[in-house]
Design a protein around this ligand. Structure first.
Ligand SMILES: [Zn+2]
Ligand SMILES: [Zn+2]
Ligand SMILES: [Zn+2]
Length: 750
């Protein structure tokens, strides 16, 4: 006989972990208890050694969505053997930090919904302790039904019995519901008039989708827009009405076999699709896939997800084809969550609304992942992942970090960890800024936070910077401005738990530099105390500043101008016509309205424009993505990018540009030019790393969303014996900036 005290960490709260522990403890005849504590679960078990060992083995192998990361066991004195019980959660603020993420329908619930005769047959809101809404319905903590948007639905007798039965898989499932007592669905026409309820609403919605109409669906974390993804005219119509020219749409597939018919699927990608987070996974589409071209113009990739609520499953299974499933908004505003808001904002887009009466407390977008050289990496962290911790940190202060401007998110550093919020979108609209402010309020309340420091970007004009200044005043906190690319590198260090010095390649779009110029092709030496800019791309000018983001030819003009002004002038006239071309040329010549930049993202744009990938981009990085896909089909040797001796070291792209232009003029294939460019950058990375010879290399910034560049850079550097770190759980793009700000500010204060 023995008694063990166990502390279990991982994903162990809000996922049915305590009933699981209860069942296996009882099965092995053990005495003791299990109890939720702040951010962990405490267990005491007493019994025969063999039974304890068997219990520990099963505990460690807890199935998704639960995940055991660590079990710390200590021997304890035996006590009277009481039967095993679930003790109520430890009172007070100790349990407040438990805020689970929304989880996709589990296999058991899927089976119930699909089985005629079951109480929940075809019920769109079926869930249990292992699945269903969480973060999107929580109003305050601790996480109990009375503090969720399910509070208005009184449990029927059958649901109440399941809720109270410790042996049931719905024991203490807070959003538990059934057709008798739970939320319902109904269908409205475009004018907002109800036309059907329940099953009839589903049937009609499916008929509309299959006849090319656009459906606004009130989903889990907000309204989404759906249409038939095999119908090019329907997809085009959605693009026009949503004013989204070319950015790819995510697709909802009925099941895995349908995905396999449309895209190549590796084991890791399949696992990501099927996981409880059920993110959108970027996959390579197979030729002849039944997907309309307008879904992802000019891209060999499609973003694919499987149904994560019974409502999505019922719709897409009945439609029996892939559906476009994109957030319900105009361009990049936050998603609509309320019906009235949706009718107003989406009335001109959708032909019908399928809605329900379970309020959505906060918008939560679909997450996005893709497989990289190191396994799946999260590019947009939202549903299923938020608001889980992303890093452990030993920090003397609490920090609230407000992120960047595009791909906004916030992070909170306190009590030994950094928690990252859901993706908040670009902070371009007043509604997006309001969402940022609401998320700050949420985090302060949920995590009982009292920040000593509010961290933000160095950019004075970011909306997040202005909010930070105001909030810091209100909270009486210090403000800490963290340079954008420093934050990119620090985010990766935070994820990997590294305080030792690293060499960070922060290759990115644009960020405000410490010297007031626009940075983006940076090599930084970073440690806990701060950073030093040791190398950067040679500067060039961007005529029209931010407009270059959507017009890659402006970047190309700036680049060519820095090498050969006359050639740039001719190019300006060719591309922009005599009048506009002349204006751009004189802006460059007189250095007016043409900020100096070292941006790698704009270098990508410039090269893409020079190999003639088109005059305009409908979203940032679009043309760089096209360049990557082009390069996959080509072969080419690297062009020279020598170092210019200076401090910081200047990476001189001019010989590369010269080689590019001369090969282009000789008629070398565009794909080979694109391949040479990628090879040049990977080779440049290796030479930079070799020059500084650091113990560790970190890759950060939006350019490393480019899988070809990331893979080649890692391979080259590792072949020479350098250790390279990339982020996987923190987005490599600006969605991860808040984590780096929190980390840098916490260390700066230490
Ligand atoms: Zn379930
Ligand atoms: Zn019920
Ligand atoms: Zn950035």
């Amino acid at each position: 006989m023995a008694r063990l005290g166990l502390i279990v960490r991982g994903v162990v709260q809000g996922v049915g972990f305590r009933p699981f522990v209860y069942r296996i403890a009882r099965a092995h005849g053990l005495a003791g208890f299990v109890q939720n504590q702040r951010g962990r679960v405490a267990i005491e078990v007493q019994g025969e050694r063999d039974a304890l060992d068997a219990f520990l083995a099963e505990l460690g192998a807890a199935e998704a969505p639960a995940r055991v990361d660590e079990i710390v066991a200590t021997e304890m004195p035996e006590t009277d053997a009481e039967p095993f019980v679930i003790r109520s959660s430890e009172a007070s603020s100790e349990v407040r930090a438990t805020l689970p993420a929304d989880l996709a329908t589990c296999a058991d619930c899927q089976r119930e919904v699909a089985t005629p005769g079951e109480r929940r047959y075809r019920y769109p809101f079926t869930n249990c302790t292992r699945c269903g809404p969480r973060y999107s319905i929580v109003e305050s903590l601790p996480y109990d039904r009375a503090r969720t948007s399910m509070k208005g639905f009184a449990l029927c007798a059958a649901c109440a019995a399941e809720y109270a039965n410790v042996a049931d898989r719905r024991f203490h499932a807070q959003p538990i519901a059934c057709p008798k007592c739970g939320p319902r669905i109904w269908l409205l026409d475009a004018a907002g008039v109800e036309v059907a309820r329940d099953d009839a609403a589903l049937d009609q919605a499916v008929r509309l989708l299959c006849s090319g109409r656009i459906l606004a669906l009130r989903g889990l974390g907000g309204f989404q827009l759906l249409c038939d993804a095999t119908d090019d005219a329907a997809v085009q119509r959605l693009r026009e009405r949503k004013r989204r020219e070319q950015k790819p749409f995510a697709l909802l597939f009925p099941d895995l076999s349908a995905v396999r018919a449309a895209a190549k699927l590796s084991f890791d990608e399949e696992r990501a699709l099927m996981g409880p987070e059920a993110p959108i996974v970027l996959l390579r589409r197979t030729p002849g896939a039944r997907v309309a071209p307008a879904v992802a113009p000019d891209s060999p990739l499609i973003g694919v997800m499987l149904p994560y609520t019974p409502l999505h499953a019922l719709l897409v299974e009945a439609a029996a084809r892939a559906l476009v499933c994109t957030s319900g908004n105009l361009s990049e505003e936050p998603m609509a969550t309320d019906l009235d808001d949706a009718l107003e904002r989406l009335g001109a887009i959708a032909d019908a609304f399928l809605t329900h009466d379970r309020p959505i407390v906060r918008p939560v977008d679909d997450s996005l992942v893709r497989l990289g050289p190191r396994g799946t990496a999260i590019l947009r962290r939202a549903r299923g992942f938020a608001p889980q911790p992303v890093a452990k940190i030993d920090a003397p202060v609490a920090v609230l970090a407000l992120g960047a401007h595009m791909k906004g998110s916030i992070a909170l550093c306190q009590r030994g960890e950094i928690i990252l919020s859901q993706h908040l979108g670009d902070l371009e609209s007043p509604s997006a800024v309001r969402l940022l402010e609401r998320t700050i309020d949420d985090f302060l309340a949920f995590f009982d936070a009292k920040p000593d420091v509010v961290a933000c970007d160095l950019h004075p004009d970011y909306a997040s910077t202005r909010v930070a200044e105001r909030i810091a005043g209100e909270l009486g906190a210090r403000i800490c401005r963290v340079q954008h690319h420093h934050a990119h590198v620090a985010a990766v260090m935070a994820e990997h738990g590294i305080d030792d010095p690293v060499l960070g390649l922060a290759w990115d779009g644009t960020g405000f530099g410490s010297d007031g110029t626009v940075w983006g092709g940076e090599v930084l030496r970073v440690n806990a105390a701060g950073f030093e800019r040791v190398a950067a791309l040679r500067g060039f000018r961007l005529p029209g500043g931010d407009r270059a983001m959507r017009e890659p030819r402006r970047s190309a003009l700036g680049l060519v101008h820095a090498m050969d002004p006359e050639r740039a002038e001719a190019l300006a006239e060719e591309w922009f016509g005599e009048r506009d071309g002349h204006v751009l040329s004189s802006m460059l010549a007189q250095e007016i309205g043409s900020p100096l930049t070292s941006s790698m993202g704009r270098l990508f744009d410039a090269v893409a424009a020079l190999v003639d990938l088109g005059p305009r981009a409908s979203f940032e990085g679009q043309i760089a993505m096209q360049l990557e896909h082009l390069a996959e089909r080509g072969r080419g040797a690297p062009w020279p990018i020598p170092f210019e001796a200076s401090n910081p070291l200047r990476l001189d792209w001019r010989p590369m540009l010269e080689a590019l232009l001369s090969e282009r003029d000789r008629g070398v294939d565009r794909a080979d030019l694109a391949a040479s460019f990628h090879a040049s950058l990977a080779e440049l990375a290796l030479r930079v790393v070799g020059h500084f010879s650091p113990a560790r290399v970190v890759l950060g910034g939006g350019c490393f969303q480019n899988r070809l560049l990331e893979t080649a850079t890692i391979e080259l550097c590792e072949r020479e014996g350098f250790s390279v770190l990339t982020p996987r759980t923190v987005p490599v793009n600006d969605g991860g900036i808040a984590v780096g700000q929190a980390w840098a500010a916490a260390h700066a204060a230490g």
